[in-house]
Design a protein around this ligand. Structure first.
Ligand SMILES: NC(=O)c1ccc[n+]([C@@H]2O[C@H](COP(=O)([O-])OP(=O)(O)OC[C@H]3O[C@@H](n4cnc5c(N)ncnc54)[C@H](O)[C@@H]3O)[C@@H](O)[C@H]2O)c1
Length: 259
């Protein structure tokens, strides 16, 4: 590869939850690095707007309405990926939802299921349905977006923490199972990042401004993260620069879990 050639030229990447926040930033970064992008989201117009923008700036991208909790949607998006771009090399299982700051003694089973369904079932289904396409290419890279809350707990976030902890070990199991297939599987663990998801979680608190200050103070670097800072890690794990990394947990948290 020449110095000037983008790192992901010729690669095809599918990013779930690509209409907003970390997914959007990751899609932009992967596209800037030369990958063709399949943008998945339940927010179809948001994903379509991003696809148009990437295409207008010389990238390759399509947007598909896709609910990560639905096996049929996964079958369809993988088929469309192969049909449009010839295969799949990179899967970013990013779509996720926050809990609603409900204590365990008041947490409904239905609420528990809704968080687990998107954040954990969605990642399982991504692996399950994208796996054969990655294998067909002779290998690839899967990046599962977990969280610092997949490593440490938080009161009022039991379902979210359980889902993200699940993503870590699901990733490691997949990494071991697929190492012989040259499919690398890693998880990323962002601290609190300025995105609509965090805004929504803060709005569920009585004192949103006070809670925000507490969150900032919990990050030794003295601020929340930016989506682009997580996207940089996603793009690195997607590339051959991370060729000896699989089953690892990449923490990007301004020092939150160092304490
Ligand atoms: N923002 C943070 O502080 C933070 C920290 C750690 C981990 N994360 C994780 O990063 C990921 C992205 O979060 P974000 O902050 O960018 O959130 P966001 O709300 O900005 O974006 C999430 C996107 O996922 C989409 N989505 C939701 N449910 C979906 C479904 N069933 N199928 C397909 N798409 C769906 C939404 O429409 C949205 O576009 C999530 O997995 C989240 O748990 C976020």
């Amino acid at each position: 590869m020449s110095e000037a050639e983008p790192k992901l030229a010729g690669k095809v990447a599918l990013v779930t939850g690509a209409a907003s926040g970390i997914g959007e930033a990751s899609a932009r970064k992967l596209s800037a690095n030369g990958a063709a992008l399949v943008l998945s989201d339940i927010n179809e117009s948001g994903a379509a707007a991003l696809a148009s923008e990437l295409v207008a700036t010389g990238g390759k991208a399509i947007a598909i309405r896709h609910d990560v909790t639905q096996p049929d949607d996964w079958e369809r998006i993988i088929a469309l990926t192969v049909e449009n771009f010839g295969g799949l090399d990179i899967l970013v299982n990013n779509a996720g939802i926050p809990g609603d700051n409900t204590g365990l003694m008041d947490l409904d089973l239905s609420k528990w299921h809704s968080v687990l369904s998107v954040n954990l079932d969605g990642v399982f289904l991504g692996l399950r349905y994208a796996g054969p396409a990655l294998e067909k290419r002779g290998g690839g890279s899967v990046i599962n977006v977990s969280s610092i809350l997949g490593k440490v707990g938080l009161p009022g976030a039991a379902a979210y923490c359980a889902s993200k902890g699940g993503v870590s070990l699901l990733s490691k199991s997949a990494a071991l199972e697929w190492a012989p297939l040259k499919i690398r599987v890693n998880s990323v663990h962002p601290g609190f990042v300025e995105t609509p998801l965090v805004d929504q979680a803060l709005q569920n608190h009585e004192d949103a401004a006070g809670m925000r200050e507490l969150l900032v103070a919990a990050h030794p670097l003295g601020r929340l993260g930016q989506a682009e800072e997580i996207a940089n890690a996603v793009a690195f794990l997607a590339s051959d620069e991370a060729s000896f990394m699989t089953g690892s947990e990449m923490v990007i948290d301004g020092g939150y879990t160092a304490q």
